[in-house]
Design a protein around this ligand. Structure first.
Ligand SMILES: Cc1cc2nc3c(=O)[nH]c(=O)nc-3n(C[C@H](O)[C@H](O)[C@H](O)COP(=O)(O)OP(=O)(O)OC[C@H]3O[C@@H](n4cnc5c(N)ncnc54)[C@H](O)[C@@H]3O)c2cc1C
Length: 619
């Protein structure tokens, strides 16, 4: 270990992850903290990192308050409906009331926005979405962060949070390593904002073999946003609420612009509208939720999954009508070029021209995230003026660990933030983090050299395991002493798939399966102590896997705790096949004890602040 060089950096605000939320946090921290030292640490390169790396074709969250197109209350109602009643309305409202100002900044910074020629307003793709030429989206927000930070560190993966040794439950910074140089980096900080994206590749993907690595959510999103806080005992919420996406088959190409702008629609193999067929059956499970408008995303998935299971596949998107219009044909292709070019390549390789052939759709493997049509993540304090006492403990977006903040996919309970809402939430978290520091809440933090040295030993152990264990074999990859990251990853994905409701079992699970899944995940954790890494890149893979495995344990515990099927189409509890509002119209919380590794679960009330509560207060 003596060979590894250590770098120390002391700062005020440390932002972990330079994606949409991280760039927003870095930018806003400078606005409020003129004299503070602000550092952002990114695993890849901030110019092209995170889920928006390749670009986007639409900003999916814009109210348009200046034209009275939507108000924050409308967005809360929308997200609440889509998540079958269960969201943190204080967080959603807070994001929504600020998101337009974020989008206006993107416009000022040079993001090419499409305009409606007749009205001069941003061109709407749907009620919430506005269309952009978004290939340059990520470099533009990265520039704002680069100009705001004292320093951006690229190619450093944060593996652990540092904790204050003088006051319990207070953060003291973070540590990680540079994947190119191998150097060890210690960041001692007064406040830490975790903005490290969601989790893909914890469930076995549909794309295996030559397609391995192809996923809908970014393959490099490895759950650090969850594992870092879980490891230090922060409370998590709604981790059972994984998301399944209906997307174009094999390339995971987006369907939003197709449905909303091109007005394409889906049909089964016989050309029928299959969704209607499953109305009564879905009503049996979820009651009146099936009559809501728009139909919640999970319920549309449900009809798809049932139809395929009943032999009605393949399900197709009817593109052959819309693509006769040359303008819509162009939009259809450009939609991929700005965001998922791989889908166009897949179609080319499979002789699919959507003008003449209706392409197939499929449902994806599940992902864990907090910013899309799903709301897994950390349990955070809401804003002072909106949140009921149970949702408020001093600083907006602060986790249940003092000085530790979150934004974007990290934060649970607040769905439908997307790119603009995640950036906005980063801004909100940073403003609160600066206030936390100014209020002197981060005084006298003690992080000893011993804590840093202990982490150093832990982080580089996989290299040691490999170097020693490799001597026991003369060829091949199977060793009696270590497992490789790819072997561990495939084991994790198989466990999650078969026991926790992945594609292999048509998203079905139950208590017995989940218990067995937890046993197997515990055995995997034991074996991960013996993971081997042959170089720094594999060391990153090893730590990505460890973060994925911890996230998976949390997902499994939550899935076992919620004894109902709240989101059919995302997953099914075969032993509790109905939505149960009487017992489960609540949010779930978990906490993992950092000393014992044991999870405890609890229910917390879901407060309907928009409509119900406001009316009550007024009367
Ligand atoms: C395929 C796809 C399509 C989408 N389409 C749209 C759309 O059309 N419109 C829209 O508005 N939104 C869209 N979104 C959603 C949007 O991209 C996300 O909501 C947003 O990027 C979430 O922001 P975030 O900062 O939480 O995560 P990210 O933007 O993913 O950023 C996370 C960052 O953390 C870094 N990181 C991860 N782990 C570590 C670690 N351990 N140490 C250091 N750094 C780390 C990552 O490299 C990354 O840069 C889409 C997302 C996907 C995947």
């Amino acid at each position: 270990m003596a060979k590894v060089k250590t770098h120390y950096e002391d700062c005020d605000v440390l932002v972990v992850g330079g994606g949409m939320a991280g760039t927003g946090a870095t930018f806003e921290a400078r606005h409020w903290g003129r004299d503070l030292k602000i550092i952002c640490v990114e695993k890849a390169n901030i110019d092209r990192s995170g889920a928006v790396a390749q670009g986007l074709y639409a900003i999916n969250c814009y109210m348009g308050m200046q034209w009275d197109e939507n108000q924050p209350e409308d967005h809360v109602r929308y997200a609440r409906n889509d998540l079958m009643g269960l969201v943190r309305e204080d967080l959603g409202y807070d994001m929504a009331r600020h998101v337009d100002s974020t989008v206006h900044m993107f416009d000022e910074w040079g993001l090419p926005m499409m305009k409606n020629e007749k009205t001069g307003r941003y061109l709407r793709e749907g009620k919430w979405q506005i269309m952009i030429h978004g290939e340059s989206f990520k470099p533009i927000v990265a520039e704002a962060a680069k100009k705001s930070a004292d320093k951006i560190y690229n190619r450093i993966m944060i593996t652990h949070l540092l904790m204050d040794e003088s006051k319990e439950n207070r953060v003291g910074g973070a540590v990680g390593f540079n994947m190119r140089t191998g150097d060890y980096h210690v960041f001692r900080a007064k406040a830490v904002i975790v903005a490290a994206g969601g989790a893909s590749h914890i469930f076995k993907p549909r794309a295996v073999g030559e397609g391995m690595g192809r996923t809908w959510y970014a393959p490099w999103s490895n759950g650090s946003a969850y594992a870092l806080p879980i490891a230090v005992g922060a409370k998590m919420t709604q981790m059972e609420n994984r998301i399944v996406l209906t997307r174009f088959k094999d390339g995971y190409g987006p369907v939003g612009a197709y449905f909303l702008h091109l007005k394409t629609y889906t049909q089964n193999a016989n050309g029928e509208n299959y969704e209607k067929k499953w109305y009564n059956q879905t009503k049996e499970i979820v009651g009146e939720y099936i009559d809501h408008h728009p139909v919640p995303t999970c319920l549309r998935n449900h009809a798809f999954i049932q139809e395929v299971a009943a032999g009605g596949g393949p399900i197709q998107m009817v593109t052959t009508e819309a693509f006769q219009d040359p303008h819509l044909e162009t939009v259809g292709w450009e939609n991929f070029l700005g965001m998922t070019v791989g889908q166009a390549v897949v179609w080319a390789s499979q002789n699919i021209d959507p003008k003449y052939t209706n392409p197939e759709l499929t449902t994806s493997e599940p992902y864990v995230m907090g910013s899309h049509a799903t709301c897994s993540g950390a349990w955070v304090s809401g804003p002072e003026d909106l949140s009921p006492p149970e949702y408020f403990w001093g600083y907006n977006r602060m986790l249940t660990v003092d000085g530790l903040f979150g934004a974007g996919d990290t934060v649970g309970g607040s769905a439908h933030k997307f790119s603009s809402g995640s950036f906005t939430e980063g801004r909100l978290a940073a403003k609160a983090a600066v206030k936390y520091i100014e209020d002197q809440k981060a005084e006298n933090i003690k992080v000893t050299d011993k804590q840093c040295e202990d982490f150093k030993e832990t982080i580089y152990k996989p290299l040691e395991n490999y170097t020693v264990g490799r001597n026991e074999i003369t060829g091949g990859t199977v060793s009696p002493s270590y497992i490789l990251p790819i072997q561990g990853l495939q084991r994790l994905q198989k466990i999650m798939d078969e026991y926790v409701g992945g594609v292999g079992v048509n998203y079905m699970t139950n208590e017995n399966l989940l218990k067995r899944g937890l046993d197997l995940l515990n055995i995997l954790q034991e074996d991960l102590e013996h993971i081997g890494a042959e170089d720094y890149h594999q060391l990153m893979r090893a730590w990505e896997l460890k973060h994925r495995a911890l996230t998976s344990q949390c997902v499994t515990e939550h899935t076992m705790f919620r004894e109902e099927t709240r989101w059919p189409g995302y997953y099914y509890r075969g032993d509790h096949m109905k939505l149960d509002d009487e017992n489960w119209h609540c949010l779930t919380l978990s906490r993992r004890d950092p000393k014992t590794g044991k999870f405890t679960m609890e229910k917390v009330p879901v407060y309907h602040i928009v409509d119900d509560e406001k009316k009550k207060k007024a009367s």
